[in-house]
Design a protein around this ligand. Structure first.
Ligand SMILES: C[S@@+](CC[C@H](N)C(=O)[O-])C[C@H]1O[C@@H](n2cnc3c(N)ncnc32)[C@H](O)[C@@H]1O
Length: 293
């Protein structure tokens, strides 16, 4: 049953939601309320245009539930069940990391360089919602893709996104621990990953939307944050064909050390790319062969 104190009209409901979100300590509660009340990614104009209109009971119940979830610091993307990445909409929920703008830098960097990468499979290790594999596969139409994850729950959601974009014949979902998910002997021409890279003891200090709601398997990179990155470097190397491209997204301050590790592992043309704040966040390198440094 809905609390008797919950307003019945749209204008009053918007004010009530704003006040609840302000009391929960959210920045910009008016903007948050507006977004929480929008069923999709669009605005909720009826709350301003028809402030005296009574909200039908079923809609009101649903709206109260949405406000409650946001008061509990659940991220808006999970409440909506969708998020945007590379100007595409993807299904998301608590099983997967919410797409981040930094990851668009990774995808764009790969697209810029993919033209001279030899033929062969592209692999997205730790695919989560599938955003990297799908946005690359929509552009690089001649390659098979493997999108892997350690979790079948995660892959179930990634599969919804793969179907949404009609890529089920070309983006193969594989469950397993990093490269063990790949069919044995797969020659890999492009390998990308946005691995978990937060140092374990920093997880609790993250904002509640992240630490309480996003899956720790998507965040926890071990003691120094680089446990999975080191494994990717070691495991991927033998699978990559000459001229192959590897690209990893990293946490702030991790990129210089990882670029060194790329050189030490025999990669050439190693490059780091900064995010919009100027912090190096993506490291790319090529296997020697058709491309020389
Ligand atoms: C940071 S999230 C990235 C998700 C998605 N690629 C993105 O950019 O939004 C890391 C993903 O790696 C997966 N993962 C963690 N450890 C893994 C492992 N050992 N092998 C495969 N996937 C792993 C997690 O389940 C999670 O989906």
């Amino acid at each position: 049953m809905i609390d008797a104190g919950v307003p019945r009209t749209r204008g009053a409901f918007l004010r009530w939601a704003t006040n609840r979100l302000a009391a929960a300590g959210l920045d910009e509660p008016g903007r948050e309320a507006w977004r929480v009340l929008s069923p999709g990614t669009g605005a909720a104009p009826s709350f301003l245009m028809r402030p005296t209109e009574e909200i039908p009971p079923a809609e009101r119940k649903d709206l109260v539930r949405r406000v409650d979830r946001r008061v509990d610091r659940e991220p808006l993307a999970y409440i909506r069940g969708r998020s945007e990445f590379m100007s595409l909409e993807f299904y998301v929920d608590r099983r997967v990391l919410i797409p981040r703008p930094e990851t668009e830098i990774l995808v764009e960097a790969v697209l810029e360089r993919a033209g001279d990468v030899p033929a062969g499979a592209a692999v997205d290790l730790g695919t989560g919602s599938g955003i990297i594999a799908i946005s690359l596969a929509l552009q690089l139409r001649d390659r098979p893709f493997y999108a892997t994850d350690i979790s079948t729950d995660v892959l179930a959601l990634a599969g919804r996104n793969v179907y949404r974009y009609g890529l089920q014949d070309r983006v193969h979902l594989r469950m397993g621990d990093l490269t063990r998910a790949l069919p044995p002997g797969t020659p890999v021409a492009i390998l990308v990953a946005n691995p978990p890279y937060i140092p374990s003891d920093e997880l609790n200090g993250l904002q509640p939307e992240v630490s309480r709601w996003e899956p720790s398997a998507a965040l926890d990179g071990g003691r120094d944050g680089l446990a999975i990155v080191r494994r990717i470097l070691a495991e991927a190397n033998p699978l990559l064909i000459p001229g192959a491209l590897m690209a990893l997204e990293l946490g702030a301050e991790q990129a210089p050390a990882v670029a060194e590790a790329f050189w030490a592992a025999g990669f050439v043309a190693v490059t780091t790319i900064p995010d919009l704040a100027g912090i190096p966040r993506v490291v790319l390198g090529r296997r020697p062969g058709e491309v020389e440094a």
